[in-house]
Design a protein around this ligand. Structure first.
Ligand code: GRF
Length: 245
Protein backbone atom coordinates (compact mmCIF):
# COMPACT_ATOMS: atom_id res chain seq x y z
CA UNK A 1 0.00 0.00 0.00
CA UNK A 2 1.22 3.47 -0.74
CA UNK A 3 0.15 6.65 0.89
CA UNK A 4 0.53 10.33 0.41
CA UNK A 5 3.93 11.69 1.26
CA UNK A 6 2.29 14.78 2.68
CA UNK A 7 1.56 15.03 6.38
CA UNK A 8 5.18 14.76 7.47
CA UNK A 9 5.69 13.34 10.95
CA UNK A 10 6.15 15.79 13.78
CA UNK A 11 9.73 15.23 14.93
CA UNK A 12 10.34 15.78 18.63
CA UNK A 13 13.72 14.94 20.09
CA UNK A 14 14.71 13.48 16.70
CA UNK A 15 11.98 10.84 16.83
CA UNK A 16 9.01 10.74 14.49
CA UNK A 17 5.69 11.18 16.30
CA UNK A 18 2.41 9.97 14.92
CA UNK A 19 -0.34 12.46 14.22
CA UNK A 20 -2.32 13.02 17.42
CA UNK A 21 -5.51 11.37 16.24
CA UNK A 22 -3.71 8.05 16.07
CA UNK A 23 -3.24 8.06 19.84
CA UNK A 24 -6.87 7.16 20.33
CA UNK A 25 -8.38 4.06 18.87
CA UNK A 26 -12.06 4.45 18.06
CA UNK A 27 -14.83 2.75 19.98
CA UNK A 28 -15.50 -0.49 18.17
CA UNK A 29 -18.82 -2.30 18.45
CA UNK A 30 -18.95 -5.28 20.77
CA UNK A 31 -20.85 -7.31 18.16
CA UNK A 32 -19.00 -9.14 15.41
CA UNK A 33 -16.43 -6.85 13.85
CA UNK A 34 -17.12 -5.92 10.27
CA UNK A 35 -14.04 -6.07 8.05
CA UNK A 36 -13.81 -4.46 4.64
CA UNK A 37 -10.78 -5.67 2.69
CA UNK A 38 -9.25 -3.62 -0.13
CA UNK A 39 -7.19 -5.31 -2.84
CA UNK A 40 -5.59 -4.49 -6.18
CA UNK A 41 -4.52 -7.86 -7.54
CA UNK A 42 -4.53 -11.59 -6.93
CA UNK A 43 -5.67 -11.13 -3.33
CA UNK A 44 -3.79 -13.96 -1.66
CA UNK A 45 -3.62 -12.01 1.61
CA UNK A 46 -7.35 -11.29 1.40
CA UNK A 47 -7.95 -14.98 0.93
CA UNK A 48 -5.74 -15.88 3.91
CA UNK A 49 -7.73 -13.42 6.03
CA UNK A 50 -11.15 -14.58 4.86
CA UNK A 51 -10.26 -18.26 5.31
CA UNK A 52 -8.80 -17.72 8.78
CA UNK A 53 -11.83 -15.63 9.79
CA UNK A 54 -14.17 -18.43 8.75
CA UNK A 55 -12.11 -21.46 9.78
CA UNK A 56 -10.97 -20.09 13.14
CA UNK A 57 -14.38 -18.63 14.02
CA UNK A 58 -13.22 -15.06 14.59
CA UNK A 59 -15.80 -12.70 16.09
CA UNK A 60 -15.81 -10.95 12.71
CA UNK A 61 -17.21 -11.09 9.21
CA UNK A 62 -15.65 -10.04 5.95
CA UNK A 63 -18.36 -7.56 5.00
CA UNK A 64 -16.96 -6.77 1.55
CA UNK A 65 -13.93 -7.00 -0.71
CA UNK A 66 -13.34 -3.86 -2.77
CA UNK A 67 -10.76 -3.61 -5.54
CA UNK A 68 -9.00 -0.65 -7.10
CA UNK A 69 -9.38 -2.24 -10.53
CA UNK A 70 -12.08 -4.38 -12.08
CA UNK A 71 -9.63 -7.08 -13.22
CA UNK A 72 -8.23 -7.76 -9.73
CA UNK A 73 -7.98 -11.55 -9.60
CA UNK A 74 -9.07 -11.79 -5.96
CA UNK A 75 -12.57 -10.48 -6.73
CA UNK A 76 -13.65 -13.71 -8.36
CA UNK A 77 -12.60 -15.83 -5.40
CA UNK A 78 -14.36 -13.50 -2.94
CA UNK A 79 -17.57 -13.44 -4.97
CA UNK A 80 -17.46 -17.23 -5.15
CA UNK A 81 -17.37 -17.29 -1.34
CA UNK A 82 -20.53 -15.17 -1.23
CA UNK A 83 -18.66 -12.07 -0.06
CA UNK A 84 -20.03 -8.80 -1.52
CA UNK A 85 -17.52 -7.33 -3.97
CA UNK A 86 -17.06 -4.04 -5.77
CA UNK A 87 -14.43 -2.44 -7.96
CA UNK A 88 -13.70 1.21 -8.56
CA UNK A 89 -11.37 2.11 -11.39
CA UNK A 90 -9.30 5.21 -10.80
CA UNK A 91 -9.37 6.16 -14.48
CA UNK A 92 -13.12 6.76 -14.10
CA UNK A 93 -12.44 9.62 -11.67
CA UNK A 94 -11.19 13.13 -12.36
CA UNK A 95 -8.84 13.32 -9.39
CA UNK A 96 -7.31 11.30 -6.59
CA UNK A 97 -9.65 13.07 -4.15
CA UNK A 98 -12.69 12.11 -6.24
CA UNK A 99 -11.57 8.49 -6.38
CA UNK A 100 -10.95 8.36 -2.63
CA UNK A 101 -14.33 9.99 -1.90
CA UNK A 102 -16.09 7.38 -4.05
CA UNK A 103 -14.06 4.62 -2.44
CA UNK A 104 -14.95 5.85 1.05
CA UNK A 105 -18.65 5.97 0.21
CA UNK A 106 -18.52 2.43 -1.12
CA UNK A 107 -16.64 1.24 1.97
CA UNK A 108 -18.99 3.05 4.35
CA UNK A 109 -22.02 1.27 2.89
CA UNK A 110 -20.72 -1.76 4.79
CA UNK A 111 -20.23 0.13 8.09
CA UNK A 112 -16.80 -1.40 8.76
CA UNK A 113 -15.09 -1.53 12.12
CA UNK A 114 -11.78 -2.06 10.29
CA UNK A 115 -10.63 -1.39 6.75
CA UNK A 116 -7.85 -3.77 5.79
CA UNK A 117 -5.41 -2.89 3.01
CA UNK A 118 -4.33 -6.24 1.61
CA UNK A 119 -2.14 -5.42 -1.36
CA UNK A 120 -4.03 -2.22 -2.17
CA UNK A 121 -1.68 -0.41 -4.52
CA UNK A 122 -3.13 3.10 -4.55
CA UNK A 123 -1.80 6.27 -3.04
CA UNK A 124 -4.38 7.32 -0.45
CA UNK A 125 -5.13 10.96 0.34
CA UNK A 126 -4.70 12.25 3.91
CA UNK A 127 -8.46 12.91 3.97
CA UNK A 128 -9.16 9.25 3.32
CA UNK A 129 -6.61 8.08 5.89
CA UNK A 130 -7.94 10.46 8.53
CA UNK A 131 -11.52 9.34 7.87
CA UNK A 132 -10.47 5.84 8.99
CA UNK A 133 -7.96 6.85 11.68
CA UNK A 134 -7.34 3.94 14.03
CA UNK A 135 -9.41 1.62 11.83
CA UNK A 136 -7.11 1.40 8.79
CA UNK A 137 -4.56 -1.41 8.74
CA UNK A 138 -1.99 -2.27 6.08
CA UNK A 139 0.50 -5.00 5.29
CA UNK A 140 3.78 -3.83 3.80
CA UNK A 141 6.33 -6.27 2.38
CA UNK A 142 9.35 -5.17 4.38
CA UNK A 143 10.49 -4.91 7.95
CA UNK A 144 9.50 -1.28 8.47
CA UNK A 145 10.98 1.24 8.95
CA UNK A 146 13.30 -0.32 6.35
CA UNK A 147 12.26 -0.05 2.70
CA UNK A 148 9.03 1.93 2.57
CA UNK A 149 7.54 2.37 -0.90
CA UNK A 150 7.76 0.07 -3.86
CA UNK A 151 10.15 -2.71 -4.97
CA UNK A 152 10.94 -3.69 -1.40
CA UNK A 153 12.44 -7.08 -2.30
CA UNK A 154 14.81 -5.57 -4.85
CA UNK A 155 15.69 -2.90 -2.30
CA UNK A 156 16.50 -5.59 0.27
CA UNK A 157 18.73 -7.48 -2.16
CA UNK A 158 20.48 -4.30 -3.30
CA UNK A 159 21.19 -3.31 0.29
CA UNK A 160 22.55 -6.71 1.28
CA UNK A 161 20.41 -7.20 4.39
CA UNK A 162 20.39 -10.79 5.66
CA UNK A 163 16.86 -10.59 7.03
CA UNK A 164 13.73 -9.25 5.35
CA UNK A 165 10.00 -9.63 5.93
CA UNK A 166 6.66 -7.90 6.32
CA UNK A 167 4.94 -5.50 8.68
CA UNK A 168 1.29 -5.17 9.67
CA UNK A 169 0.65 -1.65 10.90
CA UNK A 170 -1.95 1.02 11.52
CA UNK A 171 -1.96 3.52 8.69
CA UNK A 172 -1.09 7.19 9.23
CA UNK A 173 -0.89 9.87 6.52
CA UNK A 174 2.84 9.20 6.30
CA UNK A 175 4.00 6.67 3.70
CA UNK A 176 4.32 3.11 5.04
CA UNK A 177 4.47 4.33 8.60
CA UNK A 178 2.42 3.78 11.71
CA UNK A 179 2.17 1.76 14.91
CA UNK A 180 3.34 -1.79 14.26
CA UNK A 181 0.99 -4.64 15.17
CA UNK A 182 3.03 -7.61 13.91
CA UNK A 183 6.03 -8.45 11.78
CA UNK A 184 7.20 -11.51 9.90
CA UNK A 185 10.83 -12.18 9.10
CA UNK A 186 12.57 -14.36 6.54
CA UNK A 187 16.22 -14.98 5.73
CA UNK A 188 17.74 -13.64 2.55
CA UNK A 189 19.35 -16.68 0.92
CA UNK A 190 22.27 -17.00 -1.48
CA UNK A 191 21.12 -16.63 -5.07
CA UNK A 192 17.83 -14.97 -4.16
CA UNK A 193 16.01 -13.06 -6.86
CA UNK A 194 13.36 -10.45 -5.97
CA UNK A 195 10.73 -13.02 -7.00
CA UNK A 196 12.12 -15.81 -4.80
CA UNK A 197 12.39 -13.43 -1.88
CA UNK A 198 8.83 -12.16 -2.49
CA UNK A 199 7.51 -15.73 -2.36
CA UNK A 200 9.27 -16.34 0.95
CA UNK A 201 7.93 -13.09 2.40
CA UNK A 202 4.42 -13.84 1.14
CA UNK A 203 4.40 -17.12 3.06
CA UNK A 204 5.07 -15.27 6.31
CA UNK A 205 2.59 -12.50 5.34
CA UNK A 206 -0.08 -15.18 5.25
CA UNK A 207 0.66 -15.98 8.90
CA UNK A 208 1.35 -12.55 10.38
CA UNK A 209 -1.60 -10.75 8.76
CA UNK A 210 -4.39 -13.12 9.86
CA UNK A 211 -2.94 -13.23 13.37
CA UNK A 212 -2.87 -9.44 13.63
CA UNK A 213 -6.36 -8.95 12.20
CA UNK A 214 -7.69 -11.64 14.52
CA UNK A 215 -6.33 -9.67 17.51
CA UNK A 216 -8.16 -6.62 16.20
CA UNK A 217 -11.34 -8.62 15.71
CA UNK A 218 -11.04 -9.90 19.27
CA UNK A 219 -10.76 -6.33 20.57
CA UNK A 220 -7.33 -6.95 22.08
CA UNK A 221 -5.36 -4.17 20.40
CA UNK A 222 -4.71 -0.81 22.08
CA UNK A 223 -2.11 1.92 21.74
CA UNK A 224 0.23 2.90 24.55
CA UNK A 225 0.86 6.54 25.40
CA UNK A 226 4.11 6.39 23.44
CA UNK A 227 2.24 5.28 20.33
CA UNK A 228 3.12 1.64 20.37
CA UNK A 229 0.73 -1.23 19.97
CA UNK A 230 -0.24 -3.35 22.94
CA UNK A 231 -2.01 -6.67 22.41
CA UNK A 232 -3.89 -8.10 25.38
CA UNK A 233 -2.38 -11.41 26.46
CA UNK A 234 0.98 -10.38 25.00
CA UNK A 235 1.10 -12.95 22.17
CA UNK A 236 4.26 -13.37 20.10
CA UNK A 237 4.06 -10.65 17.48
CA UNK A 238 7.05 -11.76 15.41
CA UNK A 239 6.39 -14.52 12.88
CA UNK A 240 9.34 -16.41 11.49
CA UNK A 241 9.69 -18.29 8.27
CA UNK A 242 10.92 -21.87 8.15
CA UNK A 243 11.54 -24.06 5.09
CA UNK A 244 8.81 -26.46 6.17
CA UNK A 245 6.18 -23.74 6.67
C1 GRF B 1 1.82 -8.45 -0.86
O1 GRF B 1 3.17 -8.81 -0.89
C2 GRF B 1 1.62 -7.21 -0.05
O2 GRF B 1 2.45 -7.14 1.07
C3 GRF B 1 1.98 -6.15 -1.04
O3 GRF B 1 1.44 -6.58 -2.27
C4 GRF B 1 1.35 -8.00 -2.24
C5 GRF B 1 -0.08 -8.34 -2.49
O4 GRF B 1 -0.24 -9.71 -2.72
N1 GRF B 1 1.52 -4.84 -0.65
P1 GRF B 1 -1.70 -10.37 -2.69
O5 GRF B 1 -2.57 -9.57 -3.66
O6 GRF B 1 -2.21 -10.31 -1.30
O7 GRF B 1 -1.49 -11.76 -3.17
Amino acid sequence: MRQSRSGAPDRQGGRARFPLEFLILPEISTNKRRLVILISGRGSNMRALAEACRNEGWPADVAAVIASRPDAGGLEWAAHQGIPTAALYHKDYASREAFDAALASEIDRYEPDYVILAGFMRVLTPGFVNHYAGRLVNIHPSLLPAFPGLHTHAQALATGVRVHGCTVHFVTPVLDHGPIIAQGCVPVLAGDTPEALADRVLAVEHRAFPAAVRWLAEGRVTLTSDHRVNVEGDPERLFTWSPAA
